[in-house]
Design a protein around this ligand. Structure first.
Ligand code: ZN
Length: 254
């Protein structure tokens, strides 16, 4: 992150940076109202420890999460942080675990139940090409039918199959799973998806949306994804939101 972060001798520099970035991300989600009581997860790989991940402590609100309260777990959701008094919602990690295990490029995974994204996941036809942000995602979303709460490992085969080469899975009647090569990358994708869904809902409440043609979508995506933004996908936006979070409360850094 661009902002100077104080070190913590208990963790490697790479892990501490990852912890602070993830804690900041939870605070950003809380700031936007994208939290769900104590549920839902944003997970990242620990960069310098193969097979280790960071997850939110179960029972803690997104707005309370700090760098050191995040729990380090293995791919099966077993706690590696022996002295962290909090527990892991292992059931909630099942689908994250599946994608972290099978997709080497899924560094960060976000799954939340925001009203707008769940509404569109629950709509026949899902996300429609009817606004700017939605056009970013046309042809890039995968869908998976609802089979009940996603805790059964046997559903995993179908989840991976339905995801295919996409990196956003719209769980029908449930909510999206957004994967990124980095946390800011996953964040910016989630943000744009959230905005696309909000705009679609607002438009459908007024009447019939104007569909965007495939030709225009192709031009839109070509021009949009032509250049890599400075610092990588989502970096400047993420850092700007961290500064906004800092105006509320800086305790996430601890
Ligand atoms: Zn869920």
């Amino acid at each position: 992150m661009a902002t100077q972060l104080k070190a913590n001798s208990k963790y490697s520099e790479a892990e501490w940076t990852a912890r602070q970035e993830l804690a900041a991300c939870y605070r950003i989600f809380a700031m936007f109202g994208w939290d769900e009581l104590v549920f839902n997860h944003i997970t990242v790989k620990v960069p310098d420890e193969e097979g280790a991940f960071l997850i939110n402590p179960f029972g803690m609100h997104f707005g309370e999460i700090t760098a050191s309260s995040l729990i380090k777990i293995d791919i099966d959701g077993n706690k590696l942080d022996a002295d962290n008094p909090w527990h892991v919602n292992k059931a909630g990690f099942v689908q994250h675990s599946l994608f972290h295990r099978t997709l080497p490029d899924a560094h960060a995974i976000i799954h939340t139940h925001t009203t707008a994204t769940v509404a569109v996941c629950s709509l026949e036809g899902g996300l429609q090409p009817v606004n700017f942000y939605a056009c970013n995602f046309m042809g890039q979303l995968a869908y998976h039918d609802f089979e009940g709460v996603t805790v059964r490992e046997e559903e995993g085969v179908r989840l991976v199959e339905h995801l295919g080469d996409k990196r956003i899975l719209m769980l029908r009647n449930h909510g999206p799973v957004v994967m990124g090569k980095s946390l800011p990358d996953a964040f910016i994708k989630y943000w744009a998806l959230q905005r696309a869904c909000e705009h679609q809902i607002a438009t459908m409440q007024m009447g019939k949306p104007i569909p965007v043609s495939n030709d225009v979508i192709a031009v839109h995506q070509r021009d949009l994804y032509m250049a890599t933004p400075p610092g990588g996908s989502g970096r400047v936006e993420f850092d700007a939101m961290v500064r906004k979070v800092d105006q509320i409360d800086k305790s996430w850094r601890d």
